[in-house]
Design a protein around this ligand. Structure first.
Ligand code: ZN
Length: 65
């Protein structure tokens, strides 16, 4: 029997729930072999919010203060 290794689910935006691009879809054990920059985008909220939500959040935070 041949077992195929399953891919992890795609990361979703914490705000709008859309699929995040630039986030590695590998198993937890493989995550260790990747560099930090290969796991998520190098920007504030990278891998948490999508670029549009990040931009909106940053602008809202700048207006607050
Ligand atoms: Zn979003």
């Amino acid at each position: 029997m041949l077992f195929k290794k399953r891919k992890s689910a795609k990361a979703q935006c914490a705000s709008c729930g859309s699929m995040l691009s630039g986030v590695a879809r590998v198993r937890a054990t493989q995550l260790r072999t990747l560099a930090k920059t290969e796991k998520r985008p190098e920007r504030p909220y990278g891998g948490v919010l999508c670029s549009a939500c990040m931009r909106r959040t940053m602008i809202a935070r700048a207006r607050q203060t």
